[in-house]
Design a protein around this ligand. Sequence first.
Ligand code: GLC
Length: 438
Amino acid sequence: MKKALKSSAILLALTMGLAACSGGQSASDAGKDSKKEEGKTGQSEKVVKIVYARGQDSTKATEKIIEAFEKAHPNIDVEFREMPADTGKQHDAYVTMLNAQSSEIDVMDLDVIWPAEFAQAGYTLPLDRFIEKDGIDLSKYNQGALAAGNFNGKQWAMPKFIDAGMLFYRTDLVPKDKVPKTWDELLKEAKELKGKGGTKFGYLMQAKQYEGLVCNAVEFIASYGGQIVDKNGNVVINSPETIKGLKKMVEIVKSDVVPSNITTFTEPESHTAFIEGQSPFIRNWPYQYALANDKEQSKIVGKVGVAPLPAGDKGSAAALGGWMTAINKYSKHPKEAWEFVKFMTGPEGQKISAIYGGLAPTLPELFKDPDVLKANPFFAEEGFVNALNAAVPRPVVPNYPEISEIIQINVSKALAGELTVEQAVANMEKEMKAALNK
Ligand code: GLC
């Protein structure tokens, strides 16, 4: 694996229209390849380089997966290309690249909200013939996660891991019987604990105007029984339940338990503050657990508990997230790209993701694996399994990015006090109806 290229450099290269050829090799790569060739008896095997793109990985999972894959496939060299951590920015970088039919990357991770859009735009390769050829048993996968990569009857992406919003807490500050069960309990305890045990804040979440805000908002809305779009695609956001849920979100964001600049926080800002020991509570995705227990980065190793998110009137609700892996339609190495996709989303790759990245597998059998459970004891807990199974998807509509933007803008205005929650909800209803009836 070669050093990751910084995302800003990629963006610069993209804006300048420079599309590097994925087959190109530097002098040091060539040296490495010939060494590999020397190792073979008689015939020399050509080494193919593929580029794998995904967002910043704060854990060691990506590094370990590539290492294991390269070991098993000495003729394929994987270069990791780091994309922006913010899923929206990452989306836009791929769209720029793929619109230009660039073959710069071969394999890429897709947020669960993108596969249909990418398939429709012709950015990704249908995987069905590879799946069939290699006899991949799709019935072994979590069917909801699998469905997110299915569009027009074809499988465009393989499910890599499932995300669901969870509450992480400091076990040295919060006794198990005090873990908050409702948003009001959370607020109360966060107030009491703020400043204790070296903390600066009481609660951390993601409140910047970006995709993660939509996930946080979905959780507040659903925990009070609200919905955005119903099963039939009708916009049902303007309800007393949604208003109540978003009011609770505004109350928390405006309270002094969160950092005063919480509306600039995405996952990395919030997880960094948490592993630095600055807060007793955080809302985040399952990877938080592995990260908080990483001795090289965290000051709170062994002091982290996991629980379902606090409940509103209706109960606890987690937003459904996760990532899939797809092949760039313009890749010059689809065969090798598939080998990597197969490995990473198969049992071996997902086991590495679960152990080193704390990521929840899309192959349910791995939840019983002793090594996976040793690394993530909470995978065996009923609360976690229930949260995963009941996680609430974001609106499943073809033009999701537009809907997401409507939510991001209006919720941000409500958080900033520029709109009342009632006004924000009425705006969202009107704008979403217009966007969906186009
Ligand atoms: C996580 C989720 C993804 C979501 C993103 C928002 O990466 O897996 O689905 O869109 O967070 O920040």
